[in-house]
Design a protein around this ligand. Structure first.
Ligand code: XLS
Ligand code: NI
Ligand code: NI
Length: 437
């Protein structure tokens, strides 16, 4: 059954086009800094927001008008698979991502759940073969089911921990079966509400144990995906353990896992942590841990993960600048972990939302490339730190300087001349670049 038959195939028509079903900026074959846009951006559809979300909120039921919701159980799951591949074809999106529970209904036992997964995974595999579409990453949802009320890998109950481990095991098998490029861990309920009933150190030790078991099992079955951890500071728990990139990297280093993982960074998680998206990408990049991106945006007036489609060109430009400077996303991609608003309930809105997100990232990519080609930021940075290139500065960098030699220098040169950071001028240049591409 076709779900998107009334939607035309979305093609690049360029800036002047007023066709709402066309890309204005995303031209997959256009070469930017030596690679095509398609190779740079590696867009992915998020199964949960696109095919599972209904638009419900704490104050009301779902509003979304979706063909598959006329069915339930495995029938609904099967129609979602067909819809996914049709949608990816229509939008020319090469990748998709899912949680285990997004693709197949949970049964009343673990064995039944795994059987349902097997049915749907086989259907997905056939569709992947027929269309050439690929799995950017999969993950296990270890936060929705009530059993995970007190955590999964940080559960207070060993039986719950075992169930989570079983879910990860199956997730790795599914990832291998579908050739996933990455496997994600997002610590949905890995966190706590209060220390009055929580052994934080023990919970973190257990989480590291689960990660070690996952690495061992992936090796055992020959699943060579890149493992990713997705930081988030709060929601659903008050204190999420993987607060931000820096916290997650410190965790990985403490347990000696830093070579086994990279990070999946989400824009709205960055803002919830009080950071910008580009900050999180930079922290990962300078530690060699940039893995993949969950593309969305928050609302500065709201304090939760609103998961809006990314349309802020400043944010996409600065994010893509970081990605380009870091040498690209490698096996990662740009996954739209974003949902249409409750008021955007028609099927077309899913299409418009992805077009908006893809065009915004393509625009950001082009602006970032121009910033690099014209050495706008590189020039500023080089000039700002130039005193470390020679004399006493070069001695500091090479390790030759000591507190005594620096004191000697300072005693003789106590009138240091500092310079303006020129922030307003730089922002003006940035505006000009973004709107010129
Ligand atoms: C939730 C997370 C989640 C992960 C995958 O805030 O972004 O969707 O990306 O579990
Ligand atoms: Ni996410
Ligand atoms: Ni999120």
């Amino acid at each position: 059954m076709s779900v998107f038959s009334h939607i035309p195939t979305i093609k690049f028509e360029g800036k002047g086009s007023d066709n709402p079903f066309a890309f204005k900026r995303y031209n997959p074959s256009e070469v930017v800094l030596g690679k095509t846009m398609e190779e740079h951006l590696r867009f992915a559809v998020a199964y949960w927001h696109t095919y599972v979300a209904t638009g419900s909120d704490p104050f009301g039921v779902g509003t979304a008008d979706r063909e598959w919701d006329k069915y339930d159980g495995l029938d609904r799951a099967k129609l979602r698979v067909e819809a996914n591949f049709e949608f990816m074809e229509k939008l020319n999106i090469p990748y998709f991502c899912f949680h285990d529970v997004d693709i197949a209904p949970e049964g009343s036992t673990l064995a039944e759940t795994n059987k349902n997964l097997d049915v749907i995974v086989a259907q997905i595999k056939d569709n992947m073969k027929a269309t050439g579409k690929k799995l950017l990453w999969n993950t296990a949802n270890m936060f929705s089911n009530p059993r995970y009320v007190h955590g999964a890998g940080t559960a207070v109950n060993a039986g719950v921990y075992a169930y989570a481990a079983a879910q990860v095991k199956k997730g790795l098998e599914v990832g291998k079966e579908l050739g996933a490029e990455n496997y994600v861990f997002w610590g949905g309920r890995e966190g706590y509400e209060t220390l009055l009933n929580t052994d934080m150190g023990f919970e973190l030790d257990n989480l590291a144990r689960l990660y070690r078991m996952a690495i061992d099992y992936a090796n055992e079955i020959g699943f060579d995906a890149q493992f990713l951890i997705e930081p988030k500071p709060k929601e659903p728990t008050k204190h999420q353990y993987d607060f931000d990139a820096a916290t997650t990297i410190a965790f990985l280093q403490k347990y000696g896992l830093q070579d086994k993982f990279k990070l999946n960074l989400e824009a709205n998680h960055a803002t919830l942590a009080g950071h910008t998206f580009e900050h999180e990408i930079r922290v990962a990049a300078i530690n060699g841990m940039l893995g993949s991106l969950d593309a969305n945006q928050g609302d500065y007036l709201l304090g939760w993960d609103t998961d809006e489609f990314p349309t802020d060109l400043y944010a996409t430009t600065l994010a893509m600048y970081e990605v380009l400077k870091a040498g690209g996303l490698g096996r990662g991609g740009v996954n739209f972990d974003a949902k249409v608003r409750r008021g955007s309930f028609e099927l077309e809105d899913l299409v418009y939302a992805h077009i908006a997100g893809m065009d915004s990232f393509a625009w950001g990519l082009k602006a970032a490339a121009k910033l690099i080609e014209e050495r706008v930021i590189d020039g500023i940075i080089e000039n700002r730190y130039r005193s470390f290139k020679e004399g006493i500065g070069a001695d500091i960098v090479s390790g030759k300087a000591t507190l005594a030699s620096l004191e000697q220098y300072a005693l003789q040169n106590s009138a240091v001349r500092t310079e303006s950071g020129r922030l307003e001028r730089i922002k003006h240049v940035l505006n000009e670049i973004i709107f010129s591409v």
